[in-house]
Write a protein of this length. Sequence first.
Length: 296
Amino acid sequence: MTEKTHKAGFVNIIGKPNVGKSTLMNVLVGERLSIISSKAQTTRHRILGLMNGDDYQIVFSDTPGMLKPKYELHKSMMSFVNLSLEDADVIVFVTDLYETDNEIEEVIEKINHAGAPVLLVINKIDLSKENKLEEVTQYWTERIKADTVIPVSALENFNIERIMQEILDRLPVHPPYYDKEELTDRPERFFASEIIREKIFTNYKKEIPYSTEVAIDQFTEDDKLIRIRAIIFVERSSQKGIIIGDKGKAIKHVGIQSREALEAFFGKQVYLETHVKVEDDWRKNKNKLRKFGYDQ
Ligand code: GDP
Ligand code: K
Ligand code: MG
């Protein structure tokens, strides 16, 4: 490899909630960096995942789903999406067989004017019925100015190499942006809080996951063990009761699942302590959002 032929660039994954953006980023990067749930708006931040080859570095970013902002947290989430349109070398627009462009016409306008080549990825084709893919392809190609259309299944790892090839074909010649040993730009604490947040998304119903934020109060590591103390913030005391559950059963369950996932992620034994606290209406308050790391 010489510096003159090394390719590097920002590849930004965007699309509506729940189409499989985070699942796709994880299979592309080969690591479980981004949390996944069947609920919309699981991803709140922009998360970078690096894919390093001898002569290339792809900087993927997974983004929150595109939506019309309804409260301050949403505004912050959408600013991550807009930012990711500005610095993209390649845009991967993900949709599935069922989504339409309702509510996101403005963002689609921005994508079409962003200047970066757009790969239109149609995900979840494992669920495809006859003619559905054809119909969906036509629908989206009329709306998005795409370079190419790639039907995939992120869940079943189908046609993922094709995305890789299309990206590499369009990646600019550039030195690496990040250390080539790195996998992500995020600190370990961030992943610890995200993993716990994922378990909250998969264990609780309705408003609870959306009202919850996780902060890591302590993260210490020695040869054998990582000690993590997590504070689970909710918006009201009634929600605190639901998180804890009858005789503490619910929080215990989340704790066990989180610890197992943390151990798998860090490849080390984890001791996890969780506390639940009320932070009134944190989603609507700019200062509180800043405290939780939503600075945009
Ligand atoms: P995001 O909101 O766009 O980041 O979507 P997620 O990655 O969180 O996935 C949303 C849901 O779709 C989860 O339940 C995933 O397991 C599911 N999913 C993702 N990709 C596929 C796929 O290729 N096929 C099927 N059947 N489900 C998928
Ligand atoms: K989701
Ligand atoms: Mg996501």
